[in-house]
Design a protein around this ligand. Structure first.
Ligand code: KG4
Ligand code: ZN
Length: 349
């Protein structure tokens, strides 16, 4: 093994539109190289799978080379390779898995096929050190919104609840579209909302009455999305101007209120005083501020990685891969295939 017995691991992430290659040594991040095809998708208002796959193919080798150059390592220095095996877009995942297999085989190093969602949690280790065990994780991205109980990020991830319709990021993207903001909408709503005021009381799904008992740890954002669309349509029909910044701020307030309320409630009920937030929506400034405030008030330790490590990246895969090596988990071999619907409980394949 390399310096000071800390494994040098390269991670590859291609589950959506980001070609990410990260390199970590143990729990230290050396480089996080990213090539994004997001601009090629923007005009379609969503990620086009075939376009993403082709972009991954073109970006893969240059991104691996760049990551090694910036980290100052040779591929032969690597102790292991990790790759997102799922969930995600099938064709996009396949490009990453094929590249990772080729790299691991040519170097004669073990390969770890890991879960994208687990990697969103594990990335915080390279930011804030070892995860408390168990930790409670709120995972909010374009495809997922989940509350997870995580006794061991390399082997034991238990879903407590998830969205029953739209994911949080999906709601940001759809509402942005209604407001005439570009794709992906999350960062634009975040930016525009900073100049607005919370003037509209939009619905908070699954937070009142009987619904709470049945769906305590679940989320629902499609009613909120529809309420925003109706509100905007009514203003437009009556010829009134739409106060975009206020609508963005009010929508963002509703989403972040529900997410933080349920996450803090889960920590209390499960007796876990540690919350980790990950996934693209964790980059949201209001979510970060509200979570900080509510966790402090409830005596819960909060960890959220820097925004660049919340959205998809290769460092998260390298971080989880390194934990696999450090904890002596078995490698995946070369026979596995990408699994577009890999369950969150399957941390590695
Ligand atoms: O984790 P991620 O990069 O990809 C998936 O695994 O889905 O998450 C992407 C999602 C998109 O829906 C995007 O709009 C949202 O994260 N997002 C944000 C922000 N930055 C990215 N949502 C709200 N506020 C942000 N600042
Ligand atoms: Zn993601």
């Amino acid at each position: 093994m390399s310096t000071a017995d800390q494994p040098l691991v390269l991670g590859i992430e291609t589950s959506c539109d980001e070609t990410g290659v990260g390199i970590v040594r143990g729990e230290r991040l050396l480089v996080d190289a990213i090539a994004s095809s997001v601009e090629e998708h923007a005009r379609f208002g969503g990620v086009v799978p075939e376009v993403a796959s082709r972009a991954h193919l073109e970006a893969m080798v240059p991104t691996i080379e760049r990551a090694c150059r910036v980290a100052g390592i040779r591929p032969s220095d690597l102790d292991a390779v990790a790759v997102t095996s799922g969930p995600g877009l099938a064709g996009a995942l396949m490009v990453g898995v094929a590249a990772a297999k080729a790299l691991a085989l040519s170097l004669g190093r073990p390969l770890y096929g890991v879960n994208h969602l687990g990697a969103h949690v594990a990335v915080d280790i390279v930011e804030h050190g070892p995860l408390p065990e168990p930790t409670l994780a709120l995972l909010v991205s374009g495809g997922h919104s989940s509350l997870l109980l995580v006794p061991d990020v390399t082997a034991d991830v238990q879903p407590l609840g998830s969205t029953i319709d739209d994911a949080a990021g999906e709601a940001f993207d759809k509402v942005a579209r209604v407001l005439g903001l570009p794709f992906p909408g999350g960062p634009h709503i975040d930016r525009v909302a900073a100049d607005g005021h919370v003037t509209i009381d939009f619905p908070r799904g699954l937070t009142t009455g009987r619904e709470v008992e049945r769906h305590r740890y679940d989320f629902s954002f499609s009613g909120l999305k529809t309420a925003v669309a109706r509100w905007v349509a009514a203003r437009e029909a009556s010829g009134e101007p739409v106060a975009v910044a206020d609508v963005a701020a009010s929508f963002q307030e509703a989403v972040t209120d529900v997410l933080t309320r349920k996450a803090v409630d889960a920590c209390r009920r499960e007796g876990v005083p540690h919350l980790q937030i990950g996934g693209g929506v964790a980059a949201n400034s209001r979510l970060r501020a509200m979570a900080a405030q509510r966790c402090e008030a409830a005596g819960i330790g909060l960890r959220v990685p820097r925004p660049g490590l919340c959205t998809d990246n290769g460092a998260m895969v390298a971080a989880l891969g390194a934990q696999m090596v450090l904890r002596g988990r078995p490698a995946s071999g070369l026979a596995f295939t990408a699994d577009s619907s890999q369950p969150v409980t399957e941390v590695s394949v």
